[in-house]
Design a protein around this ligand. Sequence first.
Ligand SMILES: NC(=O)c1ccc[n+]([C@@H]2O[C@H](COP(=O)([O-])OP(=O)(O)OC[C@H]3O[C@@H](n4cnc5c(N)ncnc54)[C@H](OP(=O)(O)O)[C@@H]3O)[C@@H](O)[C@H]2O)c1
Length: 245
Amino acid sequence: MPGIEGKVVAITGASSGIGAETALHLAGKGARLVLGARRRERLDEVVARITAQGGSAVGTTVDVTRREDLRHLTATALDRFGRLDVLVSNAGTMAVSPFDELRQDDWDAMVATHITGLLNGIAAALPVFRQQRSGHFVNVASTAAYVVKSPQAVYAATKTAVKVLTEGLRQESGPDLRVTLVSPGFTDTEGVGKGASPEVAAALSRQREEIAMPPSAVAAAIGYAIDQPEGVDVSEIVVRPTAQA
Ligand SMILES: NC(=O)c1ccc[n+]([C@@H]2O[C@H](COP(=O)([O-])OP(=O)(O)OC[C@H]3O[C@@H](n4cnc5c(N)ncnc54)[C@H](OP(=O)(O)O)[C@@H]3O)[C@@H](O)[C@H]2O)c1
């Protein structure tokens, strides 16, 4: 199925920010959406906006660190729409802090969300894609996967892992599947600095006001990759504000 129209797209972390914006962008182009996140009310608001605009979307509670939740996400796509064309693994947490603060719970959450969460999505969608002999993984990393800036080392390490896993997955995918890494730079979302140590959060908020690009820029990049003809794999997109060093 070429283009975006009619494709069934599952998105993790779709309750806000880049995930929600991507859902709205793709729905506007005729995709059918299966949306996952933990905050059910926020997810339902995104589903309601899409439905009010004449689009097609369903929401399901997903914590990407739980294998069964990802299996439920892909099963929902099959039950509701009969297929799954794209999985956008976007769920993420930016609770960054200096090492000396020893915020081990935040470190664990970044590892679990970005690495285990991505692997859970791959395990849930790959058998479906193999059976269909088509499918597209879109994995959201970060410019932090290219440049490490203190105090973001743990975040950068997990996003680098997303980059590495995506390239390995692409190499093993064969001719039927597509695999895309999308790495955004500073983007104006509520997640910037959320859960970070107070000084870091304040600095990130200031930077967000000064240089961040809208999440629609990332949504359009994801849409571009999905929109390509079958057999064309956009392997990597880095999209950042011009003002970002
Ligand atoms: N904003 C930026 O500057 C920027 C730059 C580069 C990369 N990114 C990446 O872009 C992605 C989206 O972030 P954002 O900026 O749009 O921030 P956001 O608005 O905070 O979005 C993060 C999303 O991830 C979900 N999420 C977090 N942990 C989850 C979990 N365990 N299971 C399921 N969903 C989970 C959140 O939903 P719930 O809380 O409802 O579960 C939310 O929908 C992240 O991977 C982030 O690292 C962002």
